[in-house]
Design a protein around this ligand. Structure first.
Ligand code: B12
Ligand code: SF4
Length: 483
């Protein structure tokens, strides 16, 4: 009876005001340790845009990495009905702290989403401050959660969530995702301070000094790398090239953005679509704009024709995910790259004037010294300008994590929230932590202590800002000397 009354009042208010009056606060948790590059919280920006599209206007985004004022006061001032917190695992500690503060000081419901809740919901739900974990893509699910709290629906009808009831953890596995990504509105750029992010995003060495914004043009990846968390699932879904160009034009015309950094998992999954985007970009955007692909292109689907088109379409930089120079490890991690072809593509792209950055990993439990030496040989003998060598981490839910006991993972077990590629480490591997650190140091030294490479980096860097030199030196020291 009480419920029915409440619902009736709600309906009257909505009819009277023709609006939804839920106050929704979306918070991106803090990264620890702090990184130089801070990306806008696109997950929250899409959720915000979809909420607004559905009549929820009282919505605000708070990104703790850039909001240096008192975030607690900000929460109290906003008086939210629902707080949605976005978090990757490395932001988990902050996520729990925010949830605790919200529950202690407000009556708001706490919903969490992102890579951390998608894979760690069982651990997360031990925290009584969290009401619902959203698994994977969140826009449609979040809307249904709002409706549920407005007493319009039943919790069992909400797709892709985990929550606690009297009987324990309940998981609604049914998914409701965007099959046609073009149905999504633009991310809610109005809800963030784009100008502030321009300064932060452009502290990346590749776009340094340019007015930069990151964007996403696709979701999902059908490949099976054993270390990867695929938050957006296996089915590749993409915006049409026309829609991608519309978003870039919007950013250029509204905020004066000149450098567009595409962060997709696999932007070049469909080579023809990739070419179309590049050609349209060249034709429809002014000469002083440029494209970057920090998310990393896949060597599996990359073609020489793609490289040709990139070189003619103001693409200044792309990262390529190689991971290992050992054929054996390529198979074991299920990356299965043809290493000869990959090296050929890198060298061809450099010949065509593109700046190419390699992404590598070491520290798989089955990896030997010889495998790592092959990786070093690969990077050294290629024409890559720069590279980053990360240490593999076995995150829960990945195939890699199934191979190793939790107790064998340094940092994930003791403090997974502080994981960065310098600190995380799989203890049960063939190589010890000391051996791995030495090999990592040697790899960086072999690759970077080369006058020719340093000359090529300085000559080809997309940005010529002098301050960049300091950033480069700091990055170099961090990678090769400090750890
Ligand atoms: C940009 C990015 C970063 C940025 C910032 C990430 C952030 N969100 O704060 C930076 C560069 C800082 C970064 C760093 C790292 N990253 Co990163 N990164 C990404 C990347 C490429 C894109 C994230 C993104 O914005 N996606 C686009 C938006 C639209 O998707 P989304 O964020 O997932 O949001 C959707 C859902 O998750 C959900 N959702 C998200 N938030 C919320 C909140 C609510 C309330 C709800 C309901 C739903 C919801 O709905 C959204 C819309 O559908 C992803 C890969 C990927 N494809 O997602 C990796 C990824 C998130 N990163 C990853 C990793 C491992 C790292 C590092 C630890 C790497 C390292 N070795 O150092 C570091 C962190 C290091 C540190 N010291 O802290 C892993 C995370 C795994 C995990 N379980 O945490 C990912 C998934 C890559 C992968 N495939 O394994 N990363
Ligand atoms: S290709 Fe990239 S996104 Fe796809 S499974 Fe491998 S690491 Fe993950």
């Amino acid at each position: 009876m009480k419920k029915a009354k409440k619902r009736l009042i709600w309906i009257i208010i909505q009819i009277l005001y023709k609006i939804n009056i839920m106050r929704i606060l979306l918070i991106q948790a803090k990264l620890l340790p702090k990184l130089i590059t801070i990306n806008p919280p696109h997950g929250l920006m899409y959720i915000s845009a979809v909420c607004k599209q559905n009549g929820y206007k009282d919505i605000k985004i708070l990104h703790l990495d850039i909001f240096d004022k008192d975030w607690k006061n900000e929460i109290l001032k906003f008086r939210p009905d629902i707080v949605g917190i976005g978090s990757i695992t490395a932001q988990g500690k902050s996520m729990h702290e925010i949830a605790g503060f919200v529950k202690e000081n407000t009556k708001a419901k706490v919903i969490v989403g992102g890579a951390y809740p998608t894979y760690y919901y069982q651990d997360i739900l031990k925290d009584k401050n969290i009401d619902i974990c959203v698994i994977g893509e969140g826009e449609k699910t979040f809307l249904k959660i709002i409706k549920y709290y407005e007493n319009k629906t039943d919790i069992s009808e909400i797709p892709s969530i985990a929550y606690l009831d009297k009987t324990g953890i309940k998981i609604n596995r049914k998914k409701e995702i965007y099959d046609n990504l073009d149905e999504l509105p633009f991310p809610d750029y109005q809800s963030i301070d784009v100008y502030k992010y321009q300064k932060l995003v452009n502290s990346s060495i590749y776009t340094y000094g340019s007015k930069t914004m990151t964007i996403y043009t696709s979701r999902g990846c059908p490949f099976d790398c054993i270390f990867c968390h695929k938050v957006h699932g296996k089915s590749f879904r993409a915006h049409s090239p026309k829609r991608v160009i519309e978003e870039i034009k919007y950013l250029h015309d509204t905020y004066g953005i000149k450098a567009i950094d595409i962060m997709d998992d696999i932007a070049n999954f469909n080579p023809a679509r990739f070419n179309d985007i590049l050609k349209m970009f060249k034709k429809e955007l002014p000469q002083d704009t440029a494209l970057y692909f920090s998310g990393g292109l896949s060597a599996k689907t990359l073609t020489e024709e793609n490289i040709e088109v990139m070189s003619q379409s103001r693409v200044k930089y792309f990262a390529i995910a190689v991971e290992s120079g050992s054929e054996r490890v390529q198979k074991l991690i299920k990356k299965n790259l043809d290493l000869k072809k990959t090296k050929g593509l890198i060298d061809y792209a450099v010949k065509k004037g593109l700046y190419v950055h390699g992404l590598f990993m070491i520290g798989f439990p089955f990896e030997t010294k010889k495998d790592i030496e092959q990786t070093v040989d690969f990077m050294k003998n290629s024409k890559l300008h720069t590279m980053i060598l990360s240490t593999a981490m076995a995150y829960k839910g990945t195939e890699l994590a199934k191979m190793v006991a939790v107790s064998e993972i340094k940092n994930i077990n003791s403090d997974r929230f502080h994981y960065s590629d310098y600190e995380g480490f799989i203890k049960s591997g063939i190589l010890s932590e000391t051996e791995l650190k030495k090999l990592k140091f040697k790899a960086n030294a072999h690759f970077y202590y080369s006058p020719i490479r340093i000359f090529r980096i300085l000559r080809s860097l997309p940005s010529k800002n002098p301050k960049l030199l300091w950033i480069l030196i700091l990055k170099f020291l961090k990678r090769s000397i400090i750890k």
